[in-house]
Design a protein around this ligand. Structure first.
Ligand code: CA
Length: 370
């Protein structure tokens, strides 16, 4: 939609655009149809409080998101979930958890949703093995003596299949963890490839970025490396695919500048307070990983990755993308993407406006406490 375009609509509808000064404008459309200059509407959109309503009215329904996540480790998945739930432009239809102790992860997702007043959102533990958990994760999200209680009558893969089949082409499946659950769903019902609206993934590294003169090791990308066979299966299946590769995450030079992190820490909302607690613990854990990888110590940063993907869904104008075709190669345990004339077709995020992303995140989280 461009500024000089016109919006035309033919059903009988009324739209009231509210202003922060209490004023409002009623716009009417009749069966005979009419059109309004978008420029005028966009000017109205700048008025605080009217953005989600006007956007959802003209751009269609809210974004329906089904999120498959390894929430419960670093803060990122929880922050990503908080963002989309806090945003009035998205509707989370369900959360499935993957890798490690998926019951624990489902409990964390439930906890975040409850703190945000959305405990009715279904959360389904998926495929994983508790023995592969790293341990410290239990201390970060849970309070002392907090019991993990998650029950589900359905498996995560069946939940994915059912959700996509109930509303074909309406739901965006978002993968911000290893792709084990999605690969399982694909095994059971290959037709989900045509039922999903978009499959949007965080994972892979296309060209290892350099940080402070050192190349980021491929193993720092976790999602595709953790279960590369499932990743290969899902990527090659023919989904309408969009990818945020780890390159873009690691191109951030100053992921959360201290003065902005302080503003996040000042937000008086239990969900954000929990995120900040986990972030502080994660920084200590990350220092150990960075020591092990012999990377510069200033690599210990609150990197924005899964959350960046959610911002892409909500604010695509902050990003640049390119249609690309890749061949998948697995010469060792770390996958490679080689550009090719035929292979896996996808839309790849190539650039991000990190500053705008952080500003949007901060504003959305601040609204939680107002
Ligand atoms: Ca994740």
């Amino acid at each position: 939609m461009k500024k000089n375009d016109k919006i035309s609509y033919r059903s009988r509808r009324a739209l009231r655009i509210g202003g922060s000064d209490g004023s409002s404008t009623l716009l009417l459309a009749t069966k005979s149809g009419c059109s309004l200059p978008v420029k005028r509407l966009l000017a109205k959109e700048k008025t605080e409080g009217s953005i989600p309503f006007t956007r959802s009215f003209f751009m269609g329904q809210k974004l329906k998101l089904l999120i498959d996540t390894d929430i419960g480790g670093e803060v990122e998945d929880a922050m990503a979930l908080t963002l989309v739930v806090a945003s009035s432009e998205a509707e989370v239809v369900g959360v499935t958890t993957v890798t490690g102790d998926t019951n624990f992860r489902a409990h964390v997702a439930k906890k975040i949703l409850s703190l945000l007043g959305r405990k009715e959102v279904p959360v389904i533990p998926g495929i994983g093995n508790p023995k592969t958990m790293r341990g410290w994760e239990y201390n970060a999200f849970l309070d002392e003596n907090e019991k993990i209680e998650v029950k589900s009558q359905i498996t995560a893969s069946d939940f994915i299949i059912e959700s996509l089949s109930r509303n074909p082409k309406e739901t965006t499946l978002v993968g911000i963890g290893p792709l084990t659950n999605i690969a399982k769903a694909l095994d059971k019902d290959p037709s989900i490839v045509n039922k999903v609206k978009r499959l949007v993934l965080m994972g892979g590294i296309i060209k290892p970025p350099i940080f402070k003169g050192k190349q980021i090791p491929r193993g720092f990308e976790y999602n595709f490396c953790n279960d590369s066979l499932s990743a290969e299966k899902v990527l090659k299946a023919g989904f309408p695919l969009e990818l945020l590769p780890g390159d873009i995450t690691f191109h951030q030079r100053d992921p959360w500048p201290p003065e902005e992190l302080v503003k996040l820490k000042r937000i008086n909302h239990p969900a954000v307070k929990l995120l900040m607690r986990v972030n502080d613990i994660w920084m200590v854990e990350m220092r150990k990983n960075v020591d092990k990888a012999k990377l510069p110590l200033n690599f210990v940063q609150p990197w924005i990755n899964d959350t960046l993907l959610m911002v892409y869904l909500l604010k695509p104008e902050f990003f640049e993308t390119k249609e690309k075709v890749f061949k998948w190669q697995l010469p060792d345990k770390y996958p490679r993407f080689v550009e090719s004339n035929n292979g896996i077709r996808m839309k790849v995020i190539t650039k991000a406006n990190y500053r705008a992303t952080r500003k949007f995140l901060l504003k959305t989280f601040q609204k939680l406490s107002s």
